[in-house]
Design a protein around this ligand. Structure first.
Ligand code: FPP
Ligand code: MG
Length: 298
């Protein structure tokens, strides 16, 4: 049960015996708890499962606290981010506290589970670093983008799915692939929403990724389609503040070349594969989570 996971996180935070941390934690919006839901759906209800889900969510929350500092993001889930409210130092330290407490608790659960999750955190960090490095220029290499989103986002979802299979004594391979596909599709859709959603729905300015220097999949596909002159125009806008006219031009070119459909189709294919795998594994209930992933605000 998801409420048991919330209570477990709350208990871990209270154990830290620091009123400021409790107050700060309560300021954090919870999000969808996707990773916890996945773990519970695969491994059912037991104390070990609840604890694993709680620690993964704490690690995920820590990574977003750090990410908002790295990205200079002042909103998270339509609310002011911790760095916006209390500054970078507090956001980083709260992240470190959630991360290290989560890890401490994880050590007590299962050696293989803790290995899988800790490996994913290394991948997360490598992915975040790659994201920053790739943002320094206009990246047109799709394989670099795919590797980066695998590390930055899919690795922890893959690890959640694998850890749950370990706890449930299930064959890990199909669950690992299921989690990886879900994670990749999740980030691809996230990157698409940055282009298709208005800034109010998104809680951040429109085309924010491109302004930040991130050439996500739609920009890579658009670049491939454009004429030499238009390529130069697109590259010249990279990592700059965009005027309304520039924004409209980018969106119109995306529309002209059906870029959203192309990128969405690729995410959908990953989800379809994941659903098929789970149907073969006799787990049709896991299709719902996969479908929710690509239906977000479309
Ligand atoms: C969000 O990406 C960022 C991540 C999914 C991973 C961030 C990972 C780290 C900062 C390294 C690990 C650190 C710890 C403490 C475990 P995004 O910026 O594309 O998405 P957004 O739109 O949600 O900000
Ligand atoms: Mg970010």
């Amino acid at each position: 049960m998801l409420s048991a996971v919330e209570r477990k996180i709350e208990q871990y935070i209270i154990e830290l015996d620091d009123r400021d941390v409790v107050r700060l934690y309560r300021k954090l919006p919870h999000g969808k708890r996707l990773r916890a839901k996945l773990i519970l759906k695969i491994a059912g209800n037991s104390l070990r499962v609840t604890k694993t889900a709680a620690t993964v969510e704490m690690i995920h929350a820590a990574s977003l606290l750090h990410d908002d500092v790295i990205d200079d993001a002042y909103t998270r889930r339509n609310q002011p981010s911790i760095n916006a409210l209390y500054g970078n130092k507090t956001a980083i330290m709260l992240g470190d506290i959630l991360y290290s407490k989560g890890f401490y608790e994880l050590n007590d659960i299962d050696k293989n589970v803790s290995k899988v999750i800790s490996n994913a955190v290394t991948q997360l960090s490598l992915g975040e670093l790659n994201d920053v490095t790739l943002s320094e220029s206009f990246n047109i290499d799709k394989s670099l983008y795919m590797k980066m989103i695998y590390q930055k986002t899919a690795s922890l979802i893959e690890a959640s799915s694998e850890a749950a299979a370990i706890l449930a004594g299930k064959r890990v391979e199909p669950y690992r692939i299921y989690g990886r596909n879900l994670g990749l599709a999740f980030q691809m859709i996230d990157d698409l929403l940055d282009i298709t959603s208005d800034s109010k729905t998104l809680g951040k300015p429109a085309l924010h990724d491109f302004v930040e220097g991130k050439t996500t999949l739609p920009y890579i596909y658009l670049y491939e389609k454009l004429s030499a002159d238009d390529r130069s125009r697109l590259v010249s806008l990279h990592a700059k503040r965009l005027s309304t006219k520039d924004q409209e031009w980018i969106k119109s070119q995306m529309h002209k070349y059906h870029i959203v459909e192309q990128s969405y189709g690729e995410a959908k294919q990953l989800i379809d594969e994941a659903i098929e795998l789970m149907q073969e594994a006799g787990e049709p209930a896991l299709s719902g989570i996969a479908k929710d992933m690509i239906d977000r605000s479309f």
